[in-house]
Every structure is written in structure tokens, then in C-alpha cells.
Write a protein that binds this ligand. Structure first.
Ligand code: 13P
Length: 291
């Protein structure tokens, strides 16, 4: 069922878990993630990232995502991940997305607040949830795509969110989720992940009613993910570990095949692997069993 992000966040706060936020840029991942959400009884935001426009344009992705979300027995929000441009985010509004990350983290604090506030004022009356970001998410991805360029990872603390700025941002921007930077990276980690959980607690104490989000979940040890949830993280973006999981298995299937390999069979194999990876991470985010 299509459920608002705001409703999901209330549930997550009550039960001390985190909502998974997973990109579903094709029908295989879409089906696998929705099935995993149903089988674990966990809410999920299924995402289309602006940086995935070259993989699948939003006009093609979102109608399909909405259809699957509406038919699902799990609570699903159809979400935009890292919507950098106002026009792109407005396109998502017209297509029916139920939550949108309008990412203005590259601007100054004041400009980030103003741009977020302007968007919130337009979409909140429509019931659409808004995620914003303060601080920066470094990338460890071999990409030149805007927003995915490889970052200098030598000192992650330079990207961290300032708790005093977070307080001002939460008070003035009107956003529903503030994604904060405290040691995660987009893509896999270059070194040993070491999240600053104390920083999450400090920001949590200043964020009022705004929920906190974490990006770059892939590769984070499960005990550190759960420590972040216990410190107040309520939405976690997780993609690379899921999306890269099928490749080694598919390569093995192809290399061992004695007959031509059907793509539809490879796709189904990939779906099964994505499903299993998603069930695993949803179980961590549920935060009932400790890892
Ligand atoms: P990972 O790919 O590192 O899990 O990060 C996903 C993400 O944060 C998307 O915005």
C-alpha cells in the first residue's frame, strides 16, 4: 500500500527501527525489494535517484513503482533520492511521488534552508514528505556523474554535520527527515567504517520533531547500523551492497553454461539474490534481533 513517509516515520520512532530507503531502478529490483518488505513486514521507501536518469528516466520508473506500491501489502513510499534540481523534484510531484529528497546540501546553510523551505511550502499541502541533507555525503564510486564524483576520503570528519547548524535547519526548514553526515560514504568504504554515534546523539537532541536519516548504508557493520538506529536514525539509504550482489553469481552461471543463457533466467536469478540481500538488511533495520 502507498503510505506517506510521515506515517512511516511515526511508526519507526515508536518502535525504534529504521525505514529502509532502497533504489529500484528496474523491475527486477522493484519486485525483489517489495517482496522482501512484505515478508519482513517492514516499511520501505523505493527510490528513484536523479543520478539514475541515464539508467531509467523518472517518467518511466515512477508510474511502475507506484503501481507496485499500491498493490503491495507492505507500507511503501515512492521516493526521490538526491533530487538536486527544483525542476526535477517538481516533475516527481506531478508524477505522484509520495516523498522527495530535495538535496541542497551543496549550498550554504542559509541557502539550503531557504531552498528546502520553499519546496516544503509547496509540497506539504499535498501530503508529500520532504527529506533534506546538511553536511555532505562523500562518495566512493568510480563515477563522474554529478553528485557521484569520487570524494577525498582521507578525513571523513570534514563532511560531518554540525549539530548547531542542524538545530537551526530543523527549526526553520520544515523538512520531515534531515540526512546527516557522521562517517558513512556512498558506495563501499575505502577503510574500516567508524561511525560517530555520539554525533548522532548530539544532533538528535537538537533536531526536535525532525527525523534523522543516514545515507551510504552499504558496507557498514550491522552492529554500527543498529547503534545509529538506537541513537535516533530513522531512515537509512542502502543500495550498492544490494545492487552489486548478483554479479558474481550471474558471472558463474554464464561461465559454467554449456548452452546459450537466457536473459530472463539471469534476471530471475538476480531477483532472488536481491531479495535475500534485502531481507537481510531489513532484519537489521528492524532492530529486534541484535547483530
Ligand atoms: P550505498 O549505496 O552506499 O548503500 O548508499 C545509498 C545511498 O545513500 C543512496 O542515496
Amino acid at each position: 500500500m502507498l503510505v506517506s513517509l510521515q506515517e512511516m516515520l511515526q511508526e519507526a520512532e515508536k518502535k525504534n527501527f529504521a525505514i529502509a530507503s532502497i533504489n529500484t531502478p528496474n523491475q527486477i529490483s522493484l519486485r525483489a525489494v517489495i517482496q522482501a518488505a512484505e515478508d519482513t513486514n517492514m516499511p520501505v521507501t523505493i527510490n528513484h535517484a536523479q543520478t539514475e536518469e541515464d539508467v531509467v528516466p523518472i517518467e518511466i520508473a515512477v508510474p511502475l513503482m507506484l503501481e507496485y506500491a499500491r498493490k503491495s501489502t507492505a507500507p511503501i513510499s515512492v521516493h526521490v533520492d538526491h533530487g538536486y534540481d527544483f525542476d526535477h523534484c517538481m516533475k516527481a510531484v506531478r508524477l505522484g511521488c509520495t516523498s522527495i529528497m530535495h538535496d541542497n546540501s551543496r549550498f550554504s546553510l542559509r541557502e539550503n534552508i531557504e531552498r528546502t523551505r520553499r519546496f516544503v511550502d509547496i509540497v506539504h499541502p499535498l501530503g508529500i514528505g520532504v527529506e533534506a541533507e546538511l553536511g555532505a555525503m562523500p562518495n566512493n564510486m568510480p563515477s563522474e556523474v554529478h553528485g557521484q564524483e569520487t570524494s577525498d576520503l582521507s578525513d571523513l570528519s570534514v563532511y560531518f554535520t554540525n549539530p548547531n547548524e542542524a538545530e537551526i535547519f530543523c527549526r526553520e526548514s520544515g523538512c520531515d527527515v534531515l540526512t546527516v553526515s557522521f562517517g558513512t560514504v556512498h558506495g563501499m568504504y575505502a577503510g574500516e567504517p567508524n561511525l560517530d554515534i555520539e554525533l548522532v546523539k548530539k544532533i538528535r537532541a537538537k533536531a526536535g520533531n525532525v527525523a534523522l536519516g543516514m545515507h551510504g548504508g552499504s558496507g557498514t557493520p550491522f552492529n554500527q547500523i543498529q547503534a545509529a538506529i538506537d541513537a535516533g536514525i530513522r531512515k537509512i539509504n542502502y543500495f550498492t551492497a544490494i545492487d552489486t550482489a548478483p554479479a558474481p553469481y550471474l558471472a558463474k552461471t554464464i561461465s559454467e553454461a554449456t548452452n546459450p543463457v537466457n536473459f530472463c533466467h539471469l534476471a530471475n536469478q538476480a531477483m532472488e539474490i536481491i531479495y535475500e540481500k534485502t531481507v537481510e538488511i531489513l532484519t537489521v533495520f528492524k532492530n529486534e534481533k541484535k547483530f
